[in-house]
Design a protein around this ligand. Structure first.
Ligand code: ATP
Ligand code: PRP
Length: 313
């Protein structure tokens, strides 16, 4: 069998980088399936050829994906916004965010032991030790705080926060005496609480994103990139929206459309009874109950919603 990492096997194929493991992996596989991107990932292989398109999936560490995308080694990629930010300005300026994917939502936060009453805000860590896997972002964040604190001190005995890189299990650093505080990701807060930590500051909020190079590679198959991007947008929209339908009297039509403006515009279909129209419009899943209440108030009848299996936006 020829090796998939052999250049010839990938020749002429659009390359799509996917996190090889971790928090984003399962959601990415689900998304690829929704977009009908068919592949079989062989055990231990980090490249999979796609059966039904001239493309290949490249499974890479989430942290490396911004650079591979920015430098045009791959045509599309999925990673976290935190990873793009941590890759630094030299990389992030080469990366265009095509779409927020609505999963992998978390925040990068400054956390300290709850028991340490001397640490109430991030500035209290100035001059002390902070452990993190996000050393670039933490350096920038604390460099600013150091400057503020030192300026307020009139330049006397300037302090510098020490950022310690750790590759994982960052939450253990305080208990192990490695650091006074940490900068790590928080979603539910369970890990943080289980370790007796609490958050005293936020560096950024993040979610998974579809990214592409700002300057596409000359070899890139632009029409396939557009097709795959549009399919992914459709799968994401279908997961975030429902279709809302109802009937409305002409006198109430304008008010009802204000409640359901749709993504671009609501579809208005005349009914047999000329004074009435049927409306269909996409509504954000989280807004459905309120929108239905409001429609009832403005006189809509026969209001219902339909789940979207897939769509193109
Ligand atoms: N608890 C979480 N909730 C939601 N999204 C998260 C969470 N933790 C991480 N992420 C997102 O997933 C990305 C990858 O994180 P993950 O912890 O899976 O890293 P990894 O180093 O690739 O995998 P592993 O931890 O298995 O080594 C992060 O950059 C972030 O965008
Ligand atoms: O707020 P929570 O919902 O508890 O999530 C936060 C945890 O998730 C991430 O780690 P992950 O579990 O992915 O493993 P890792 O520490 O090996 O990166 C992050 O580093 C936190 O430890």
């Amino acid at each position: 069998m020829s090796h998939l990492f052999n250049k010839d096997a990938l020749q002429g194929r659009m390359l799509f980088a996917i996190p090889k493991k971790g928090r984003l992996y399962d959601k990415c596989v689900e998304l690829l399936s929704g977009a009908d991107i068919q592949f079989r990932r062989q055990n231990r292989l980090d490249v999979a050829l796609v059966h039904n398109h001239p493309m290949a999936l490249v499974f890479l560490p989430a942290a490396d994906i911004p650079r591979f995308v920015g430098e045009g080694n791959v045509d599309l990629g999925i990673t976290g916004q935190d990873m793009v930010a941590e890759a630094g300005e030299d990389v992030s300026r080469l990366v265009a965010e095509e779409l927020e994917l609505g999963f992998g939502k978390c925040s990068l936060q400054v956390q300290v032991p709850e028991a340490d009453a001397s640490l109430k805000e991030p500035k209290d860590l100035v001059g002390r030790k902070v452990a993190t896997s996000f050393d670039k972002l933490a350096q920038e964040y604390f460099a600013q705080l150091d400057e503020q604190v030192n300026a307020a001190n009139g330049g006397k005995e300037p302090k510098k926060t020490q950022i310690e890189y750790v590759g994982g299990s960052v939450e253990a650093a305080c208990a192990l005496g490695v650091a006074d505080g940490i900068v790590d990701l928080v979603e539910s807060g369970e890990t943080m609480r289980a370790c007796g930590l609490h958050a005293i500051g936020t560096l950024l909020a993040s979610q998974a994103v579809l990214i592409r190079p700002v300057t596409p590679h000359a070899r890139s198959n632009q029409s396939l990139i557009r097709l795959i991007t549009s399919r992914i947008k459709g799968v994401i929209a279908a997961s975030q929206y429902v279709l809302c339908q109802y009937n409305i009297h002409q006198n109430d039509l304008q008010e009802a459309i204000k409640v359901t403006p749709g993504r671009r515009a609501a579809t208005v279909t005349p009914l047999g009874d000329k004074e009435w129209s049927a409306i269909s419009a996409m509504v954000k899943k989280g807004d459905v109950a309120t929108v239905m209440d409001r429609l009832g108030e403005v006189g809509a009848t026969d209001i219902f919603t339909l789940a979207l299996d897939n769509c193109r936006t």
